[in-house]
Design a protein around this ligand. Structure first.
Ligand SMILES: Nc1ncnc2c1ncn2[C@@H]1O[C@H](COP(=O)(O)OP(=O)(O)OP(=O)(O)O)[C@@H](O)[C@H]1O
Length: 221
C-alpha cells in the first residue's frame, strides 16, 4: 500500500541544511495500522506529507498503491490523493462556508465515489446525524474533528494518514474520537498511519515505530 525506500529530506534554513529524514524505510500493507511516534521536530509531519505526495523527498522512493510518486506530476499526485487517501490533521481544515453534510461528502464527491448509504452511516456513527445543516463554526471541537474524520473516510480511501488527530481536544473528547476513528477504520478496511504522542493511542495498533535522528526504529531501541 505504502512503501518508503531510503527516503531523505533536508530543509534549507538560515543556519544551513536541516537533515530531517535520513534514509527512512517503511512498508505499510493493506489494512495495516501503524503508530508513528517521536519527539517534537523529529520529522513525523514531514514523513506524512511525503507519504501523501504533498512534498517530494530529496532522495529515495515512495510508492503509494504501486505508483512511484516522484515520477508523477502534481495533478496526478492530487488525483491519487483524492482516490486513495484520507487525510486528517490536527487543525480540522473544514470548509467554513459548507454545511456538515457538504463538508462530509466533499472528498467523496471530488473522487466521484459518493455512497449515500455509507455517508449516512458515517453521520450516525460520528454522532452528527441531526447536525446536517449546521456549519463548522456551530460545532464543538470534538464534533469538528469527528466531521474531519468522516470527510476523510467518506470516499472509502485505501489509506488514512492522520497527524495527531486529537492534539487539539481535551482527554475525554480525544478518547471518544480515537475510539471512533479506530472502529471506522476497521469497518472501512483501510490502512492507517497515525502520528501520535500517546503510547495509549499507539497500543492497540498493529505496529508502532519511533522516528529519531532521521530514522525509524522500534520503540525502546
Ligand atoms: N518547510 C520547512 N522549512 C524548514 N524547516 C522545516 C520545514 N518544515 C519543517 N521544518 C523543520 O523540520 C523539522 C521536522 O518538522 P516536522 O513538522 O516534520 O516535525 P514533527 O515531528 O511533526 O514535530 P511535531 O511533533 O512538533 O509536530 C523541525 O525542526 C521543523 O522546524
Amino acid at each position: 500500500m505504502l512503501q518508503l525506500t531510503d527516503v531523505t529530506k533536508t530543509y534549507p534554513t538560515p543556519q544551513g541544511a536541516l537533515h530531517v529524514l535520513d534514509g527512512v524505510d517503511l512498508h505499510l500493507g493493506a489494512g495495516e495500522s501503524l503508530a508513528l511516534m517521536g519527539e517534537s521536530g523529529s520529522g513525523k509531519s514531514t514523513l506524512l506529507h511525503l507519504a501523501a505526495g504533498l512534498d517530494l523527498p530529496d532522495r529515495g522512493d515512495i510508492h503509494l498503491d504501486g505508483e512511484r510518486l516522484s515520477t508523477l506530476g502534481e495533478p496526478r499526485r492530487a488525483a491519487l490523493r483524492r482516490q486513495q487517501l484520507g487525510l486528517v490533521f490536527q487543525q480540522f481544515h473544514l470548509v467554513p462556508s459548507l454545511s456538515v453534510a457538504d463538508n462530509l461528502s466533499l472528498q467523496a464527491r471530488l473522487a466521484e465515489r459518493e455512497d449515500n448509504h455509507w455517508t449516512q452511516h458515517l453521520l450516525a456513527r460520528l454522532g452528527l446525524a441531526g447536525l446536517n445543516d449546521r456549519y463548522p463554526e456551530q460545532l464543538s471541537g470534538g464534533q469538528q474533528q469527528r466531521l474531519a474524520i468522516g470527510r476523510a473516510l467518506a470516499a472509502k480511501p485505501r489509506l488514512l494518514l492522520a497527524d495527531e488527530p486529537t492534539g487539539n481536544l481535551d482527554e475525554t473528547a480525544a478518547d471518544e474520537v480515537l475510539d471512533l476513528l479506530a472502529s471506522l477504520v476497521d469497518e472501512s478496511g483501510c490502512a492507517l498511519l497515525m502520528v501520535t504522542h500517546s503510547a495509549r493511542v499507539a497500543a492497540p495498533m498493529d505496529r508502532c515505530l519511533r522516528l529519531q535522528h532521521g530514522r525509524l526504529a522500534e520503540p525502546g531501541e
